[in-house]
Design a protein around this ligand. Structure first.
Ligand code: NAP
Length: 226
């Protein structure tokens, strides 16, 4: 069976990715800071403790897993910014919050991609997926949430670069928007349930072909503008 590695695998969208792939019999390398959310899930699940901004730990995990072929790597871990905080509002910007959001959403996925590119390259499917957001789209910009939006724009550019640089290895790089989903981040008024979003994203990932390298898609497979 194929192997998937997921960051932020024990909560929200990441937890459902874990459940979906485990239910299909895949080997799941479930990376998360705590394993609590994974309790009771059946399947070939291997938990690896990982704070994604601990780059020594990212490299150590890549070395520990050096024999693995990772068919699908999903950089899912992300932060939206503290709820109710004004730190991302023009007039009240807080530099520390910018650094925190950029570190988790833009730097950490790039360090994961670098550390694990060879694991993905030696697999059958060779898919490198960033869970991005429509909020990173320059063309669809609705204003506000400066730090979160900009971090996802940076992530998109990184994936666009990776698509060029890793094409020779046969890796398919995809930036994927889950929709607005009812998780801790999306909140209860989001338009989609996890059960609507994650199976859609899994279907999109399943269907990726080499010609999809460097695309920005959403959970239903439709194209998004950069
Ligand atoms: N929900 C939406 O509407 C929506 C829309 C567009 C994009 N997204 C993107 O989808 C992804 C998942 O979001 P979600 O909705 O599932 O949010 P969530 O419920 O808040 O979950 C966030 C996940 O990221 C993990 N995480 C955050 N910082 C981390 C760190 N430093 N190291 C390791 N793990 C870390 C969390 O782990 P802990 O449990 O350890 O905190 C958790 O698993 C994010 O990249 C988000 O930007 C979500």
């Amino acid at each position: 069976m194929p192997t998937v590695l997921i960051t932020g695998a024990a909560r929200g969208l990441g937890l459902d990715f874990t459940k979906q792939y485990a239910a299909r019999g895949w080997k799941v390398l479930a990376c998360s800071r705590s394993a609590d959310g994974l309790k009771g899930i059946k399947g070939d699940i291997h938990h690896h403790a990982l704070e994604v901004t601990d780059y020594k730990a990212v490299k150590a995990l890549a070395a520990k897993l050096k024999g693995e072929a990772i068919d699908v790597l999903i950089c899912n871990a992300g932060v939206g910014g503290s709820r109710g905080s004004t730190a991302q509002n023009l007039g009240a910007f807080e530099a520390e919050e910018w650094r925190r959001i950029f570190e988790v959403n833009a730097l950490a996925p790039l360090m994961m991609a670098e550390a694990f590119a060879d694991h993905v390259a030696r697999s059958q499917q060779k898919k490198l997926v960033a869970i991005s957001s429509i909020m990173g789209s320059v063309e669809k910009n609705g204003g506000g949430r400066y730090f979160y939006r900009a971090s996802k724009t940076a992530l998109n550019m990184e994936w666009s670069c990776l698509a060029l640089d890793l094409a020779a290895k046969g890796i398919i790089c995809l930036a994927l928007h889950p929709g607005w989903v009812q998780t801790d981040m999306g909140g209860p008024t989001a338009t989609l349930t996890i059960a609507e979003s994650v199976p859609g994203m899994v279907k999109v990932i399943d269907g990726l072909k080499p010609s999809d390298n460097g695309r920005f898609l959403q959970y239903d497979g439709s194209e998004l503008p950069w």
